[in-house]
Design a protein around this ligand. Structure first.
Ligand code: OOG
Ligand code: MG
Length: 255
């Protein structure tokens, strides 16, 4: 039998202490469904410490990310206010194991969303969109994991940075996205790399979280998933995501 709570404590402690762990699947056999139960229990521990859920994130929504990580099923995780990094802010690597940055697009919901919904219904609930960066940080050694492992580890959720919110009427189907490290373009992609259109990430988020008994709430943020492969962070680096039409978002790593 899988001890959900014991495994939740292991991933939560690893995240809290920024200490890497072996893959849970090395010693335990558990399903992806169990992985989601572990994720929910681990997130509950954050809430018990006073954090608040502020949204969800989608993962493996682009070919580039699937190829980088060798997994091809869409996944979703939970975001809390404790993970928010201010636009233009600075992070300290001591709070992370081996963080990476991904260029993303974020949706702000003005109304709750319960799946299944159409793209039109999903967009009607969107109050604003923004250029965003996700800071992922697998708690597993060498950033290596099975699908069930990464789901249990809240899909590597660790930080997210949101740029200025924009009018949601922008056509998001094919916006150029450039991830820069110290002003140099290191990943170039398009919003269309995210499931063909990032709104599909939103409909998937509504469907999957509703299936888990957890609808998307007004005021929540939905991160649509990395449009390109993720980039490892090093001391002193300045990271920026520039999205055509939407503007840019940035943060720095303390030297
Ligand atoms: C899992 C998280 C994937 C994305 O945007 O595809 C993700 C990982 O790669 O560690 O956040
Ligand atoms: Mg991501």
């Amino acid at each position: 039998m899988t001890d959900i709570n014991a495994l939740a404590k292991i991933v939560d402690d690893a995240a809290r202490n920024a200490k890497s762990i072996r893959q849970l699947s090395e010693k335990n056999s558990f399903s992806v469904e169990d992985g989601y139960a572990i994720q929910a229990a681990a997130f509950q521990r954050r809430l018990a410490r006073g954090e608040r859920q502020t949204g969800v994130k989608m993962g493996f929504t682009s070919r580039a990310k699937m190829i980088q990580m060798g997994l091809s099923d869409m996944i979703w995780g939970r975001l809390s206010d404790g993970m928010l990094v201010e636009d233009g802010g600075t992070i300290d690597l001591k709070h992370y194991v081996h963080p990476r940055a991904e260029p993303e697009i974020a949706f702000l919901l003005g109304a709750p969303l319960e799946g299944p919904v159409t793209a039109t219904e999903a967009l009607a609930a969107v109050e604003a969109v923004a250029p965003a960066i996700e800071i992922i940080d697998s708690r597993y050694r060498n950033f290596k994991f099975s699908l069930a492992d990464v789901v249990a580890d809240n899909c590597s959720s660790s930080g997210f940075v949101i740029g200025p919110w924009q009018n949601p009427d922008a056509d998001l189907s094919n916006l150029g996205m450039v991830l820069e490290l110290n002003g140099r373009a290191v990943q170039i992609g398009s919003s269309g790399a995210i499931l063909g259109h990032p709104v599909r990430s939103l409909t998937a988020a509504a469907r999957l979280s509703t299936a888990a008994g957890d609808r998307l709430e007004a005021g929540w943020i939905v991160m649509a998933g990395g449009a390109t492969a993720a980039e490892a962070l090093s001391p002193g680096v300045h990271v920026r995501n520039v999205v055509q039409e939407l503007g840019s978002v940035a943060f720095s790593v303390a030297a």
